[in-house]
Design a binder for this molecule. Structure first.
Ligand code: PMP
Length: 292
């Protein structure tokens, strides 16, 4: 499906190809800014308030004042969705430090730029999603919280991009990043879950993961379905020895994993994944309306 990418830029709605920001924006020069990825279904943004909350927290953590309130940002997102060609899509909402002289001091940037782009996003080829994603464990480590806290959703994704490049070179679909201690942190743009003996396990965010909104929902859905959940540190062996593994994210939604470092998992898509996937779709139906 071809859809024209739309953009809201500092108060103006336009086709994304006509939207420009200055080359001296510190978002471009230094990765100085924050963002959210938001999906919409049936022209309704899914869990928008959670995304806006997280955006505000990321901005506060980097001492960036967003020039719009959450209510104003809600209106921006609604207008953008209205202007988009398709009923379903993905929005990248960004707040950059804004234009300023060279030199990384944010003090010199007077006005943040607020940008929201609506488009389609497929993280992993649809056929491969159905067959199950092939993962590698990357040699690139997730940055520790005393370097850059993983809970800050900043514009700088370079260590995730390096992990993705490694996955590309290995012919895999996605990479898992470990933390500095060699335990599982997360995927390049998704959280990781495994199932062992009917129990759902995921690393706590203190292991180096973003506090994923989809992760939070999946944990809640599992609880609602009487699936035992545990947030616990996981090693690479735990991935290899899992009964099931899957990824969660706004862009990813829920993706079952077929193999990790060429070790095939016994069940893909597994029964726990399938019931959570159905519950996830039902939640979208309930909150965004319509039948998917
Ligand atoms: N980890 C990282 C690094 C991400 O970029 C994302 C995508 N936002 C996620 C996890 C999943 O988070 P969410 O479910 O909130 O999209």
């Amino acid at each position: 499906m071809k859809s024209l990418s739309m953009c809201w830029l500092n108060g103006q709605l336009m086709h994304a190809e006509h939207a420009f920001i200055p080359v001296n924006d510190h978002g471009l020069l230094y990765g100085d800014g924050v963002f959210e990825g938001i999906r919409f279904y049936r022209r309704r943004a899914f869990r928008l308030q959670r995304h806006l909350q997280r955006l505000q927290l990321s901005a506060r953590a980097i001492a960036l004042e967003i020039p719009l309130s959450s209510d104003e940002l809600t209106t921006v997102i609604e207008r953008l969705i209205e202007a988009f060609a398709d009923d379903d899509g993905y929005i990248r909402l960004m707040v950059t430090r804004g234009a300023g002289p060279l030199g990384l001091n944010p003090k010199s940037c007077a006005q943040p730029n607020v940008i929201a782009i609506a488009d389609q996003l497929t993280m992993i080829d649809i056929g491969q999603q159905q067959a199950g994603a092939r993962l590698i464990v990357s040699s690139v480590r997730r940055l520790p919280a005393d370097g850059l806290d993983p809970r800050i959703k900043s514009l700088n994704y370079l260590n995730h991009i390096l992990a993705k490049i490694e996955a590309n070179h290995a012919g895999a679909d996605e990479a898992i990043l470990l933390n500095a201690q060699g335990r599982v942190a997360e995927g390049t743009a998704d959280n990781v879950f495994i199932v062992r003996n009917g129990r759902l396990l995921t690393p706590p965010c203190s292991e180096g993961a973003l506090e994923g909104i989809t992760r939070e929902l999946v944990l809640q859905l599992a609880l609602d379905h009487g699936i035992e959940i545990r947030e616990q540190p996981l090693g690479v062996y735990d991935l290899y020895a899992a009964d099931e593994c899957f990824l969660t994210g706004t862009g990813a939604e829920l993706i079952p994993v077929a193999s990790i470092d060429c070790r095939s998992l016994p069940s893909c898509p597994g029964p726990v994944f399938q019931s959570l996937q159905q519950a996830f779709r039902r939640t979208i139906d309930q909150e965004c309306g319509g039948i998917l």
